[in-house]
Ligand binder design. Structure first.
Ligand code: ATP
Length: 336
């Protein structure tokens, strides 16, 4: 439905987008993630036909944005970053204005406006001046305007930026509802947002795609960490416990350390077990092993991979600075 093929875009000496490619299938909601300056808005503006790539091409429903811009735009709704609106206009007046810009005939425009007011839960606000609306409602007006011509593709640039938690919740539900019969590309900084709303995450930085997959596929690339806190074993047994944990299937490393935090640490040790990427949940095996070794367990916690962690790891790797994520080990560390 949306095909981005090796697009490049520079502004003077700044190479904003350097060979980005991806394809979005009908019915898919994809999140475009990246740090500030990653090239998200530039990519989105090229998809929306507001910027032309220096090289490469974008097609919407098979229509090239450079060769058939009208046909491509007819299939695409675009909510730009910052959601520019005319605050002095009333909601219906603004939607009518946008419908006229789109060349929607008068009778169809009326129907389209009524449909968008319903879809975006705006009926009660139809006569209100946009300036008097809350940020969440303004966002709905922006979405309604993007939907007026009933496009099959919706491209939303940071649609939840600056919303409070309840507005966030509502906008998220609206996005999900609108996605039921559309292809959507949503750019965002909010990673849990992508886990909740998107089928797919495309991580971009420095104008290039660094990772692309479902949130589940991406989190499988990262490793879970488990922390077992137990009463100190006999002197010299720290190593024995670490080695037993190391020998469990799917374990990358196991180290011990003094517990941190508010609870008293004297007499207690923590073993930190790092699983291999993609490993199943190891809590049961860890707890069984610790019990067989006669440990008195006070706590077993799992730090399972999140998209946020994958995002940071992907960016770290791209920057050529793989982070030291292991806890500071004591000299008794069991090496892999
Ligand atoms: P943010 O999350 O901060 O909005 P982004 O991922 O959307 O960032 P872009 O806005 O696409 O990133 O910008 C990518 C790079 O291109 C940045 O270095 C930016 O300064 C530069 N850039 C974007 N638009 C222009 C422009 N019109 N003129 C010059 N440089 C630009």
């Amino acid at each position: 439905m949306v095909c981005v093929e090796s697009v490049h875009k520079s502004f003077g000496s700044v190479a904003a987008v350097r060979g980005v490619s991806f394809e979005l299938q009908p019915g898919q909601i994809a999140g475009l993630l990246g740090p500030n300056g990653a090239g998200k808005t530039t990519t989105i503006r090229m998809i929306a036909g507001y910027l032309m790539p220096d090289s490469g091409r974008v097609t919407i429903g098979g229509h090239d944005t450079a060769e058939s811009p009208a046909a491509a735009r007819a299939r695409l709704g675009y909510l730009p970053e910052g959601n520019p609106l005319y605050p002095e206009m009333r909601v219906t007046e603004y939607l009518d204005f946008r419908g006229r810009l789109f060349g929607i005939p008068r009778d169809l425009r009326k129907k389209a406006i009524a449909w968008c007011l319903d879809r975006c839960w705006l009926r009660d606000m139809a006569g209100r001046r946009i300036a008097t609306l809350s940020k969440g409602y303004k966002q709905r007006v922006g979405l309604a305007a993007a939907l007026l011509h009933n496009p099959k593709v919706l491209v939303l640039d940071e649609p939840t930026n600056g919303l409070d938690p309840s507005q966030l919740h509502e906008t998220r539900s609206l996005i999900r509802e609108l996605a039921a019969d559309r292809t959507m590309l949503v750019s965002t900084h909010i990673l849990p947002e992508v886990e909740r709303v998107c089928h797919r995450a495309i991580i971009i930085a420095g104008g290039q795609v660094l990772a692309d997959g479902t949130p589940a596929e991406l989190t499988r690339r990262s490793a879970a960490t488990y922390v077992v806190q137990a009463r100190d074993p006999r002197v010299g047994d720290h190593d024995r416990v670490a080695k037993a944990l190391m020998n469990l299937p799917h374990v990358e490393r196991a180290v011990d350390r003094r517990p941190e935090g508010p609870s008293p640490s004297l007499g207690w040790t923590e073993w930190v077990v790092t699983a291999r990427p993609g490993a199943p949940d190891l809590r049961e095996q860890i707890s069984m092993t610790a019990t067989q070794l006669g440990l008195t367990i006070r706590e077993l916690r799992a730090d399972l991979p999140t998209l946020e962690r994958v995002f940071m790891e992907v960016l770290d790797r791209a920057a050529g600075a793989a982070p030291e994520r292991d806890p500071s080990p004591r000299p008794t560390e069991a090496a892999a």
